[in-house]
Design a protein. Structure first.
Length: 221
């Protein structure tokens, strides 16, 4: 298989650790892990539901709605200032430890992000992580007003890079995202950090790694 002409990464859960908000959660609960887990679950559910209903709101609004639900569901009393502090944590999520080295190892390749995140959220996370210079494109679903796994979202990649989908490698830690990208026509690599089984959707990744810095070896680069 020829080397990919471009690498497109999912952002949340792949480059940026969504559960780094746990530290901010300690201000409102003794179990910030439970809050982070439910918050993330509802965040994704709301993107799928809004896509199906045709009622798009950007990822910042979806993320806030998911947080407010999680707080209510877990019986956590949080002041408005604390809610906003938790939201602000999404603007400076921590990178996974190997991310910078992994992107540097692909030096010379065309790199980008294709994410559910709103432009503002992505710009802030990329800047705070020091990844700006590594990325040719930072693509947000906001351009098409729907969420992954809609083919309209994945089509943003080939259009921006002016390449065919099968000339590009889409990398995500989310198995459902890999299935969507594979169905669209991308080459895919699943970053299976949790050693989880693949989703039963009739589609599998072309490659699988447990950390992003395994990419060059897996691809024979």
């Amino acid at each position: 298989m020829a080397p990919p002409k471009a690498f497109v990464f999912d952002a949340y859960g792949t480059l940026f650790d969504v559960h780094s908000v746990i530290e901010a959660g300690r201000a409102v609960t003794a179990d910030p892990q439970a809050l982070s887990t439910l918050w993330r679950q509802k965040q994704l559910e709301y993107t799928w539901l809004r896509s199906l209903m045709g009622r798009y709101e950007d990822f910042w609004a979806v993320t806030e709605a998911a947080l407010r639900f999680a707080l209510r569901r877990l019986g956590i009393a949080a002041a408005e200032a604390q809610v906003q502090a938790l939201m602000d944590a999404y603007l400076s999520l921590a990178c996974f430890p190997e991310v910078k080295a992994a992107l540097a190892s692909l030096k010379g390749a065309r790199l980008g992000i294709l994410s559910n995140g709103s432009p503002r959220m992505l710009e802030a996370a990329v800047r705070s992580s020091g990844l700006t210079a590594s990325l040719e494109h930072v693509l947000s679903v906001d351009a098409v007003k729907t969420y992954k796994p809609s083919p309209k979202v994945y089509d943003l990649g080939p259009r921006a890079f002016e390449l065919a989908a099968d000339e590009m490698l889409f990398v995500s830690s989310n198995a459902w995202d890999i299935a969507g990208a594979k169905a669209f026509g991308f080459l895919t690599c699943w970053c299976n950090r949790a050693n989880a089984p693949m989703e039963e959707l009739g589609l599998t990744a072309d490659y699988e790694v447990t950390r992003l810095d395994e990419l060059p070896i897996k691809l024979g680069l």
